[in-house]
Design a protein around this ligand. Structure first.
Ligand code: SF4
Length: 454
């Protein structure tokens, strides 16, 4: 079974792909499965990381909106607060089929803090109850990172939104590079050929345009919005002021050879502040790490020349191909392997994608992806206050700069190098498995306990 690389780029809502996007999808799917059942109540128990940091990540809000039938791609962002207030003040919710049920968050939504479910750290147990609290339907669903969800059954039997055959199947970076060499295609061209099994090429390109347009809109919004981010940490948004400063710099400032880095930082901060505020972002490959791909792509389109006629499409296709390697062979979930699975993967994706954008070879792209992860190995997930703000926002700026440097390092060579991307992906997975759970999106270790919340 193969899945589309476009699944790695969901146009969704902040602040977290695993704790917001996934739970909203899961709740909507469960709510839509209840037609004709004689329901009296609905409840959800959250386990593991979802229970530990779900409040800060907006999991409760996402579940309620999902029960109402909203999806991350289309939920009306400007109306979310109003929808939630209606549910909370009336202590009831209206299912997608029009029925209204009593719903009290205090009793019907439970954060089981110390009890992870066996198959993944992000577990949800949905229950549809009838008269006398008889269980009419129940489902255990895991949020796997990057907005992907799977029930227990689906983990054992992969769902059918994938295809059986693609022209260039691969499970490892070595296989991918071998296919590129034998076909004469770059990683982006090969990926585009594979995507043709899912939809016509014109549709793929249209979806890539929609992803890029949303990323640009997100940067614009981040540069326009100001104030304090929600959640109680009193974090002030910085992108707007930085943008104004950059736009008003005098000519002397151009003498600073690193001035471009200020722009890269700006793009990343803008996206991740929008994400922290619950705005519209593209999951790439997660929400916590959503700033790196747009920051590096903004850098590329504004400051670098590409020899290709479709450089943005190539960038995103290459980034998606690299992400599939991590999804297949490791994880995209901070709760599973720490921040190396979010910012580390995004850095690796962006590094390879920038090489493709600049006209580099598949071997150089693989080298860049390897460098991008190698120097993020061991990166923990320890969000202060359980919010996707500190260290997440700045970490995206750092990951973006690191990705650009990884691409530059790779393009000074011919693609041959000592540590393969496959080896570094395996090392990332093993390191994540060995990491104590307090460093994996539980806010029980690292900065989360050493920084006093204001
Ligand atoms: S520290 Fe990294 S993995 Fe954890 S929430 Fe922040 S961005 Fe995501």
């Amino acid at each position: 079974m193969h899945f589309s690389v476009l699944d790695l780029f969901t146009i969704g809502v902040g602040p977290s792909s695993s704790h917001t996007v996934g739970p909203m999808r899961a709740a909507a799917r469960f709510a839509n499965s209840l037609l004709n059942l004689p329901l009296t109540r609905l409840r959800c128990d959250l386990y593991g990381s979802l229970a530990a940091t779900g409040k800060g990540h907006g999991t409760d809000r996402a579940l309620l909106l999902g029960f109402l039938g909203h999806q991350p791609e289309t939920v009306p962002i400007a109306k979310m607060d109003e929808l939630l207030e209606t549910v909370r003040s009336s202590r009831s919710l209206t299912l997608p089929d029009g029925r209204t049920l009593p719903f009290d968050e205090k009793t019907d939504l439970s954060f089981k803090r110390l009890k992870p479910l066996p198959r993944h750290p992000n577990g949800m147990h949905f229950l549809a109850l009838g008269e006398g609290d008889t269980v009419l339907r129940e489902d255990i669903v895991y949020s796997l990172g990057g907005g992907f969800i799977a029930s227990e059954h689906e983990l054992d039997h992969p769902p059918a939104d994938s295809v059986e055959r693609i022209p260039f199947p691969y499970d490892s970076a070595a296989e991918l590079i071998t296919l590129c060499a034998s076909s004469g295609l770059t990683i982006a061209q090969l990926t585009l050929a594979n995507e043709a099994e899912f939809r016509p090429e014109a549709d793929t390109r249209q979806r890539l345009d929609a992803i890029w347009n949303t990323m640009q809109e997100c940067v614009r919004n981040g540069c326009a919005n100001e104030g304090i981010l929600p959640g109680g940490l009193q974090v002030t948004r910085r992108a707007r002021k930085l943008h104004q400063d950059l736009c008003h710099r005098n000519e002397a400032a151009l003498a600073d050879p690193l001035a471009i880095l200020d722009w890269v930082n700006l793009y990343a901060l803008a996206v991740n502040e929008e994400n922290a505020a619950g705005g519209r972002v593209v999951t790439a490959p997660t929400n916590g790490a959503a700033g790196i791909i747009p920051a590096v792509l903004h850098f590329a389109t504004r400051f670098r020349h590409s020899p290709h006629s479709d450089p943005v499409h190539r960038f995103l296709l290459t980034a998606g191909a690299i992400a599939t390697l991590y999804k297949k062979n490791a994880s995209l979930s901070g709760a599973d392997v720490g921040c190396q699975g979010e910012v580390g993967v995004a850095c690796s994706m962006a590094a390879a994608a920038l090489v493709e954008f600049l006209g580099g070879s598949p071997q150089q792209a693989e080298n860049a992806a390897e460098i991008g992860m190698e120097h993020n190995l061991g990166l923990t997930c320890d969000p202060v206050g359980g919010l996707v703000q500190i260290p997440c926002i700045e970490r995206n700026a750092m990951g973006s700069v690191k990705a650009i440097n990884a691409a530059r390092l790779a393009m000074t060579g011919d693609g041959s190098h000592f540590v393969s991307l496959d080896k570094v992906i395996k090392t990332m997975r093993d390191t994540g498995r060995d990491m104590k759970s307090k460093y994996k999106e539980t806010s029980r270790g690292g900065l989360a306990v050493n920084v006093v919340e204001c």
